[in-house]
Design a protein around this ligand. Structure first.
Ligand code: SF4
Ligand code: SF4
Length: 152
């Protein structure tokens, strides 16, 4: 008989504790984000795919050294360059400029080797997390074109 009343006591106690927690949480502000109508600001340390950084003139800061391409353990990066004439102190000199920066994001592990090895400070991680597609071609990014579109 004692066990019967003790079960009722502990059952009621646990029910009241549970209801108390429910009641407390009921009046707290809602934290659920109504995605995709609402989005959150990603933290500074978030790593999306890489992006090129522009200089003051809107041109890529990249010095076409090729370090990122060589440092990438997954061979995701393909660079291209052209040689252009520039005038320095009245003399015409040749300068290598970036003509292609392709990123195959299907292979990228977000290891950060490319960003860390860039001594020109020309690369950063984007805050892009909203990527979804059934075609892998949609994850092949032309970073030079993306930079031009951002500056347009
Ligand atoms: S390491 Fe930096 S400067 Fe060198 S090619 Fe890559 S992005 Fe350009
Ligand atoms: S984050 Fe790593 S895997 Fe991705 S492109 Fe850069 S070096 Fe390659």
């Amino acid at each position: 008989m004692g066990g019967y009343f003790s079960e009722i006591f502990y059952g009621s106690k646990s029910l009241l504790i549970g209801m108390g927690i429910t009641f407390r949480e009921f009046f707290k502000p809602t934290v659920t984000v109504q995605y995709p109508y609402q989005t959150i600001k990603m933290s500074a340390k978030f790593r999306g795919h890489t992006e090129l950084i522009a200089d003051e003139e809107g041109k890529p800061k990249c010095g076409v050294c090729g370090l990122c391409e060589r440092a990438c353990p997954s061979s995701c990066i393909t660079l291209g360059s052209i040689s252009v004439d520039i005038e320095v102190d009245g003399k015409v000199k040749k300068k290598k400029v970036l003509s292609k920066y392709e990123l195959d994001f299907t292979k990228c592990s977000l290891c950060g080797q490319c960003v860390e090895n860039c001594s020109f400070g020309a690369l950063e991680f984007s805050k892009e997390y909203n990527l979804a597609s059934t075609r892998k071609e949609d994850f092949h990014f032309n970073l030079l074109k993306r930079l031009e579109e951002r500056n347009a």
